[in-house]
Design a binder for this molecule. Sequence first.
Ligand code: FAD
Ligand code: FES
Length: 503
Amino acid sequence: MSLSPFPESYWLASADIPEYPALTETIETEIAVIGGGITGITTAYLLAKEGRTVVLATSGRLIGGTTGYTTAKVTAQHDLIYDDSIRQFGTEKAGLHYRANQGALEFMRSLVEQEAIACDWASEAAYVYATTASGAEKIRKEYEAYEKLAIPGAVVAELPLPVSIQNAIEMKDQARFHPVPYLVHLVKEFVRLGGRVFEHTMVDTVEEGEPTRAKIRDGVEIVCRDLVSCAHFPVFESGFYFARLHAETSYVLAARVPGELLPGMYISADEPKRSVRSVEYGGERLLLIGGESHKTGQSSCTIKHYEALEAWARERFGAEEFPYRWSSNDFVTTDKLPYIGRIGTGKSHGYVATGFRKWGMTTGTAAALLLRDMLTGRSNPYEELYSPSRFQLNPDAKTILVEGADVAGHLIAGKLEWLSKKTRDLGMDEGALLRIDGKKTAAYRDPEGRLHLVDATCTHMGCEVEWNDADRTWDCPCHGSRYDYRGEVIEGPATRPLKKLEE
Ligand SMILES: Cc1cc2nc3c(=O)[nH]c(=O)nc-3n(C[C@H](O)[C@H](O)[C@H](O)COP(=O)(O)OP(=O)(O)OC[C@H]3O[C@@H](n4cnc5c(N)ncnc54)[C@H](O)[C@@H]3O)c2cc1C
Ligand code: FES
């Protein structure tokens, strides 16, 4: 394989992000926004514009979560969803979901124009294309849904893609962009308006009340009236989010391809899923090719997913160079609509935004607009639709049981599939679960020959982590936590590292 040995996000490699300090002492604020991705940054920016006193705190670096590992299509198309949504929720709610996302896109477009943000913003049509008869039938049904919901679109028979298609559905006037310069602009505006930013500030626990306290570590807290969790997985312990969300990992390659820049943004209706868009930023012209989703921690060999994308890019586009590759995960709710809004049913001061199903450029922005309205006492047409307190017996309850069974199965399988290797059996750059002195141990030997041993028990709820050979991470199959090979948290719900062990 000609891919780079270690994954690197093109977005993070190609644009600078200013650094901010870690929180070292307790602070008080009116509103604390937790999470430095598109949702948290946009929410903090909008609230500061309303004159609120806001702290933005994030674990790790700003834009270092899923937002730094996206493909950054800005579209309300979200694959084929509207026909399903009409059947599941009815025409009115399906239409609201479309308008929330299209409205978010329009908000982003006007911000980019008004503030002249140089972020590779380009208007593009978005397409879902079918290569099989059953895919073509789904496209036809989706188009009927577009007509019912008055979504500007069309069914087309040809595309400038090197793929033989049966048909495709077009959503006009969508967009692509580079998320880093866009969000850096918002962060700088937030700071100019008086907002405070803290990086490397992981919220460990939250004590809800009046005031609410977000504990960072002993003696360091954020004390606030309202706490808004935009941390991808909610920072609140209440709400059973671990049973109402599952994490899916997807893979992206950035390829140099001969010829003209491909216009339009594409995703396949059929499996294997392929997502394609162009990038033109800072003199670099790349094609992004994504796909190969699976539940996080539930793939036996992750490198094969990059290999499948590489083979497709070579065959279809004549790609020969792949300067960047990366993967990340996003959360999916049981009814596939995001959870955005106040937690609980009473007068709680806690808010969440999560479950964007790999479409968080628009839905994360829609979340920020909704949260701004809720926190400033304005009505918003999407409040009820996205309420985290909604609970539909069908299909939500049924799916919770299925998700639970899936997790339980993995807990058992993790125990049975225990490897009987010794540390001396590990080659360079190889990781495996071993039993050492009777302890389940996650072991990795780095390319310099150093051995890294950590307890294989996920610090969230005790499942066993699995080795991800492509990204050199330990991934939890239960609720999607990811750790680097030293056991440090990359992605929650876990907030504490895997315990370090000695040989
Ligand atoms: C491969 C891939 C491709 C995608 N492509 C697209 C696309 O083309 N278009 C689209 O619309 N969407 C896409 N998505 C989805 C989109 O990228 C996400 O929905 C979106 O980035 C989520 O943003 P966020 O701000 O909610 O979360 P994040 O960007 O993950 O930000 C959350 C932040 O919270 C911090 N955090 C977590 N826990 C804590 C804690 N306890 N305390 C403090 N901070 C914490 C993290 O460090 C992180 O920085 C894609 C997703 C993937 C995985
Ligand atoms: S993420 Fe929940 S147990 Fe690991």
